[in-house]
Structures are given as C-alpha cells and as structure tokens.
Design a protein around this ligand. Structure first.
Ligand code: ZN
Length: 572
C-alpha cells in the first residue's frame, strides 16, 4: 500500500476534549475522527486495526465451537418487558417509537433477543449445548461520553450466549469461554487480568471481568499478591477482625454546633475519624434504610443493595432523612431514630464496637461512649460486609495486605442461570421427554474498547507502539527519495516480498522531509520501520528498526536480507 493512496490524517495537536493518552493518540494518529460527543468514525488506518481485533475474536470464538449470527440492533419493547428490564434499564437505553407506534430499543445488549430466538429453535437435548455470538454495534446513552472509544454512545461488542442442559454443563461452558478470553486478549497484545465481579443486573451468580491494567482505567481492582485474589471494588471483600470493644460508660450527648461532616466533628472533638460511626440514610426500593460504617470508610452501595436484596439503592433526600431520623444529615446515627421502624444495617467491623461517637438524631448533637450492641437497634443479621475495600486491607482468603490498582474493563463472562430462559420459557425435552429449562451464560468483549486499551497500555511520548497482531500495518517503509526510480524500486520490491509472506506494509512515498516521515511513523506506531534512501543504499543497505527499540538498535541490512530481519523483529 502506498501512503499517497491512503487517507492518512495525522495531527500535531492533541484534541481539546481528550483526557487520557490513548484518546489523544487515537485521534492524532488518524485512526478515528469525532463526529459528535461519544460518536467516532473509524478512518482507514483505525478500521484496519479494528478488523484485526475482530478477526482474533472470531477465530477464538469459532475455536470453542460457538457459531456466529447477526441479530437486529432494533429490538421490540415487548422482549424487554418480558424480563422487566424495559423499566430497570432506565435512561441508559436508547428508545424510539416507529410510525406504527411500536416502542423499540437500540440494543445495549441482547439477552432477551437471543433467548427469544433460541426458545423458538431448540426443542431437544440433542441440540444442546449450543453457543451463538455476534459482533455488533451496541448503544448506550451515556450521561457523559468521554475517553474516546472507552465511554462512547455507540460501540462494537462481541456478545456470546450459551445454552446448556443443566448448571454443571453450563459451568463447563463458562470456563471454556473464560480460557478463550485469556487467548483473545493475549493475542491482541493486551495484558488483561480476570477479576471477580458483582453480577449486578445481569444475574446473581458467578462472573469475572477481564481488566487491562492501566492508570487511566475507570475501575478500581483489589489485588492480593499473596494468593492471587483479584476482585473489582464493587465486589472485593476483606478480612475483618472483630471490634471486641471494652465496656464503656453510658452514652452521653455532646453539643457539636455547625459540625456536619466526620472531618468537622473529628477536629471539633479532637478524636480520629475511625472513632466515629458514619451513618447515611438510603432509600432501597422505596423504603428508607440507615447504613452505618466506620467513620473513615466508604459505603459500598453495591454491597448494600445485595445485602438488602433490593433492586435500587440511592441516597435519601432531605425530607426523607429528617422524617426517618428526626435530624438532618450530619447529625444522624443508629440510636433512637424518629421512625422506630427504620431498618439499620451496619458494616461487620462494627459488631461489638464500643466507645464510638455517632450522630444523636438531633441537629447539632452527637453521642459519645456508644456501645452499638447496647445502644443501637441493629439485628445480628444486619451486620454485613458493606464497605469498599482500600489499599492495605487484609485479603479475605489469605490475610495478606491487598493493593488497589486501576483497570479498563475489556471483557466479562457471566453465569446467568435461568433468569432469561425462565422468562421466555426456553425449554427443551430431555431423553425421558421431560421438559427442562435451558441454563444460560453470556460473554462480552468490548471490541472497540479493547483496541483503545491496547494503545493505553502500549505507547510512549512519541506515539503508539502497536503489537504486531493488531497494528494497522506491521511495517512502514520510509522511502526517502521517491523520485529516484532505483531507490523507489527497492522499496516497492520489499513491500511486495513482505506481502507475499503475509506481512502488510505501507510505503511512505510522500515528497516530505525524512523528519516528517519518522515523526508520523512513530506517532502511528507501526511495529517495524524500514528506511530506504539513496544515502543508506550507498552505505550498503536499508535501515531496519523495531518501534519499541532505541535508536542504537537500528541495523543496516542488505535489501535482500531485509524481509528476514523484519520477520525476526515481528516475531520477537
Ligand atoms: Zn490473599
């Protein structure tokens, strides 16, 4: 391919809205161009890389026996009503109404659609197991699209769905997919780590997320070097040593005028934050609930929702807090709330805690010497793991301190059980001709996100450093004297030889200064650069260098030996 025949649009300046390196580089290297917030056009170079990621995904899915299908993006609302998700998906789902007044969704995912499909096709155990997948555009009405392809309104996903005869068979499929995902990300040159995650809206059983570790990642992940435990912060648990407090004198009210936050009360009283109990009022499925955690910890709303078995959990408004406790936020606590029926739940580390300071449920007052077992009304079963793990917390499995790192979620595997197959009566007849419900799993790869995650993990100050497997071209041939026929002949001959060996190359045949060509080659990040010029040929050859190598690694090789030298670098 000749550079001058391709639409390659590199930029010298970072885009104004880009916050992270991979977003800047995607745009500056001319891989994508922004249409509007959260919407990007793939330009020829970017599309080449995207197709390579898709090919890897396809090959690994096919290798597991999964079969490719393509389902409509537009999905009738009736499908979503059947599982209740038409309501629970909320504002994230793009919805529209056709001219006949039928409501539709622009698919953010396709569990309903695929279960409806399979319910109509599978009737016998002989047709199982079966896994189908598609590589399809998905939609999400992001509140704040950002980070380029990471959080966009439209993105490409590979979504796969498995159907098995029972939970045991579904378990096997789950791990087959898990290992296929390890291979997909490794082949894309991505360091992706599987971590335990919360099933959230999708189902209640086991799920793993695959995260590309990167400082720019939006998700926090707790790691234990000791035993290898890894979980995202929504899910991560830690070991708790029982508080086992000493007996304390009766609780005593103290005036704390104007002190609303833990930090303010703590400095007002001159005691550390962990002496306090932080109490927050939430509304869970319409009912107020007080959640108590140690003063220096954060409430984990996912854990609260899970403990309460609620669909939604959100902080209560001003009036609700006052009605439930008798005070405004800042003075509320787990002792004598105005609403005697208010359910109070507390983090497990507070069980048996004594000598704590809590809000008095009276504006501008706190209580000290609080013994939670004696003074608060918290059922034994309502002490649960409700805090977000932080750096240094002890691993729940082995007790060693954990570290917190950042990750970009690039894939997820879920065991769905029968949540969807029940809703759609997706049944089969077993060998006794008895009806059974199929057991499901679902498996997603963010294809466009994976592409950007590769860049986030692999770049330097000059540009992208593509892994050979997903680079737009594996080789750039910088032709320094395009008007010299003999020199140009050597460059194009090398390109043809590489192509014959299945190595794609682009010849930079522009009438530009060498400096401009080198800058663009580094910015776009082709894995290998070859310089073909009259000066080098006079010295006996062409210059070959890997993008990740330092300048000194540049080798002068005879034109005939160049293809071998390039192949060596690509395989390294
Ligand atoms: Zn551990």
């Amino acid at each position: 391919m000749r550079w001058t025949k391709m639409m390659i649009n590199t930029l010298r300046e970072d885009p104004g809205d880009a916050e992270i390196d991979s977003h800047k580089l995607l745009v500056r290297a001319g891989l994508v161009k922004k249409l509007a917030g959260g919407l990007y056009t793939f330009l020829p170079l970017g599309l080449r890389s995207l197709h390579k990621v898709e090919r890897i995904v396809r090959e690994e899915m096919d290798a597991t026996g999964a079969q490719e299908i393509l389902m409509p993006i537009l999905q009738p609302a009736e499908l979503w009503r059947q599982t209740g998700r038409w309501d629970t998906m909320g504002a994230n789902m793009f919805r529209l109404t056709d001219r006949a007044d039928h409501q539709m969704a622009m698919g953010p995912t396709a569990e309903e659609e695929v279960t409806d499909l399979m319910a109509g096709i599978v009737s016998s155990y002989r047709q199982l197991p079966v896994t189908v997948y598609q590589i399809q555009t998905k939609f999400r009405d992001e509140t704040r699209p950002r980070f380029g392809l990471m959080r966009s309104k439209e993105f490409i996903m590979k979504d796969a769905y498995s159907f098995d005869v029972d939970a045991e068979a579904a378990d096997k499929t789950y791990w087959t997919m898990y290992h296929a995902y390890e291979r997909i990300f490794a082949r894309c040159g991505l360091k992706a780590t599987p971590v335990q995650a919360d099933g959230g809206d999708m189902g209640d059983s086991m799920t793993h997320e695959f995260h590309a570790l990167a400082d720019a990642g939006e998700d926090g992940i707790a790691f234990c070097e000791g035993c290898g435990y890894a979980a995202n912060l929504e899910k991560a648990q830690c070991r708790v040593d029982a508080a086992a407090g000493a007996p304390c004198p009766p609780a005593e009210e103290i005036h704390t005028p104007g002190a609303k936050t833990i930090a303010q009360v703590s400095s007002f009283m001159g005691v550390p934050g962990d002496a306090f109990v932080k109490s927050l009022v939430y509304v869970a499925d319409g009912t107020p609930v007080m959640v108590c955690v140690p003063g220096d910890r954060d409430v984990n709303e996912v854990k609260v929702r899970r403990h309460l078995g609620a669909k939604t959990v959100a902080l209560a408004d001003y009036d609700t807090v006052l009605a439930a406790t008798g005070a405004n936020a800042g003075s509320v606590g787990p002792v004598r709330p105005a609403d005697a029926k208010l359910r109070i739940v507390a983090d497990q580390s507070l069980k048996g805690a004594t000598g704590r300071i809590v809000g008095a449920n009276r504006d501008d007052y706190h209580l000290k010497n609080v013994d939670l077992a004696r003074d608060a009304v918290i059922a034994d079963a309502d002490y649960a793991d409700l805090v977000t793990v932080r750096e240094g917390d002890l691993c729940a499995q082995c007790g060693r301190p954990m570290t917190i790192r950042r990750g970009i979620e690039v894939g997820q595997v879920f065991k769905l059980g029968t949540k969807y197959t029940d809703a759609f009566k997706a049944v089969y007849k077993n060998d006794q001709l008895q009806e059974r419900v199929m057991v499901m799993g679902c498996y997603g790869v963010g294809v466009t996100r994976t592409l950007q995650a590769v860049i986030e993990q692999s770049h330097d100050k000059d540009g992208i450093i593509w892994p050979a497997s997903v680079a737009p071209f594996q080789v750039v041939i910088d032709l320094l004297d395009p008007e010299d026929e003999a020199v140009a002949g050597i460059a194009f001959d090398l390109e043809a030889r590489l192509e014959a060996q299945g190595i794609d190359a682009v010849v930079d045949d522009r009438l530009e200064r060498p400096g401009v060509k080198f800058k663009d080659a580094d910015l776009i990040g082709f894995p290998v650069r070859v310089v073909v010029g009259a000066k080098g040929l006079a010295k006996g050859g062409v210059e070959v260098k890997g993008r990740a190598q330092p300048k000194e690694a540049m080798r002068l090789v005879a034109p005939d030996a160049a293809a071998d030298a390039i192949r060596e670098l690509l395989c390294a």
